[in-house]
Design a protein around this ligand. Structure first.
Ligand SMILES: NC(=O)c1ccc[n+]([C@@H]2O[C@H](COP(=O)([O-])OP(=O)(O)OC[C@H]3O[C@@H](n4cnc5c(N)ncnc54)[C@H](O)[C@@H]3O)[C@@H](O)[C@H]2O)c1
Length: 363
């Protein structure tokens, strides 16, 4: 059997999840690691047994032995590296968010179309087994039509610093970093309806609160708290063409009693909660039923999620399955995220329906 030679570009915190998942997939050969920081790339390659190390992604992409890449760099290079990889004939798994702007997303979409290669966006929660369980109920029609969803991802203290808090490199704060996960998950489960309008608010009231002691949190590989140009809280209402709506709030820091993660969808026959506890709500014989699936991972499980995501990507590279998170969905997600930032900046609703004032796409 010919194995897929894979390379990981960007050897920081999340690369570890990709490297571990590729190692456990019997059809991949972990071939190379690349990072602007060559020492970091070498350390990861040594740790995980990759043969090659690169500091320049262009040199890596010129290597004909590479079949597929994971793009785990800062958000500002996702589009550039993904397009270059597709043009070099490589399959691409690009971390979320797809990129920083709608314009970039459309360019990646065009490159996918031209190359005929597989591009999967790292919407890892779509691949999680608790999501797959809810999807089965949805596909069997047991929840009916989903008309409302609610997603919350609040960190009381959790600005990862470094590039995450530099808007130039990240494209924004908790909305583009955390909101992308929970908005995408709801939107995916709602059946990916077309977005009609967004209305959002962003706040930068608390700064990054790097002075707070005693609580640990996720940090960028080059943690640096000296620059912070991103919001610390965002909220939004998103309306879809089918009349459904999604309410979301996310924070890097907030004076909340505890962190909160909650993802819930409501249909006209039943509902489902994916976080903080997997549960399905239905009705039978005039009685409301709360169903609690008995599984090893009732909520998102980090290792399981990444393993399933990467197994699916490998299947897609071999042409056995379609990816669950194609580039078109990344374009729609960038429209939503950028629309929310634009709405907050302008203090008004942004409409996407044709002919509406301010109709997207927005860069
Ligand atoms: N799916 C998830 O749950 C999840 C979780 C965390 C991060 N992420 C995403 O993963 C990406 C990386 O995040 P992280 O936390 O690992 O950041 P990080 O700062 O820990 O690591 C990023 C690495 O990329 C390298 N890099 C940046 N630009 C590069 C370039 N042009 N060429 C080569 N290397 C480059 C940096 O030197 C750094 O080592 C981000 O897009 C982030 O949104 C996803």
């Amino acid at each position: 059997m010919n194995k897929l030679n894979v390379a990981v570009i960007g050897a920081g915190s999340i690369s570890e999840a990709h490297l571990n998942a590729y190692k456990q997939n019997p059809e991949t050969n972990l071939y190379a690691v690349c990072d602007l920081n060559a020492d970091r790339a070498r350390a990861k390659a040594d740790k995980h047994g990759a043969a090659k190390v690169y500091a320049d992604y262009r040199e890596l992409l010129a290597d004909p032995a590479v079949d597929a890449v994971s793009v785990c760099t800062w958000n500002n290079s996702h589009a550039e590296i993904s397009i270059a990889a597709l043009e070099a004939g490589k399959h691409v798994l690009v971390e979320k968010p797809l990129c920083k702007t709608v314009e970039e997303a459309l360019r990646v979409e065009e490159a996918v179309r031209k190359s005929g290669k597989c591009l999967q966006i790292g919407f890892v929660r779509r691949y999680s087994s608790n999501t797959a369980i809810v999807k089965q109920f949805l596909e069997a029609g047991e929840l009916g039509e989903i008309y409302y969803a609610k997603a919350t991802c609040l960190r009381r203290l959790g600005n990862p610093g470094g590039w995450f808090s530099d808007r130039e490199r990240s494209g924004g704060g908790p909305l583009i970093d955390l909101g992308v996960h929970v908005i995408d998950l709801c939107w995916y489960l709602m059946g990916r309806p077309k977005v009609r309008s967004v209305s959002g608010n962003v706040y930068n009231r608390l700064g990054n609160r790097a002075h707070v002691k005693g609580l640990s949190f996720y940090k960028a590989a080059d943690y640096d708290a000296s620059k912070n140009t991103v919001e610390d809280l965002a909220n939004a209402v998103i309306r879809f063409e089918n009349g459904a709506s999604l309410l979301v709030d996310v924070s890097f820091t907030l004076h909340a009693l505890k962190d909160e993660l909650s993802v819930k969808i409501y249909g006209d026959k039943g509902g489902a909660e994916l976080e903080p506890e997997l549960a399905i709500v239905g009705e039978k014989y005039d009685t409301i039923l709360n169903i609690t699936p008995q599984v090893d991972h009732p909520t998102f499980h980090f290792t399981e999620g990444f393993n399933r995501e990467i197994d699916h990507f490998v299947d897609a590279c071999f042409g056995r399955r379609e990816t669950l998170s194609p580039v078109e969905d990344g374009v729609e997600m960038m429209k939503i995220l950028c629309g929310i930032y634009e709405s907050a900046e302008q203090g008004r609703e942004i409409r996407f329906d044709e002919g509406a004032p301010g109709a997207g796409p927005h860069a």
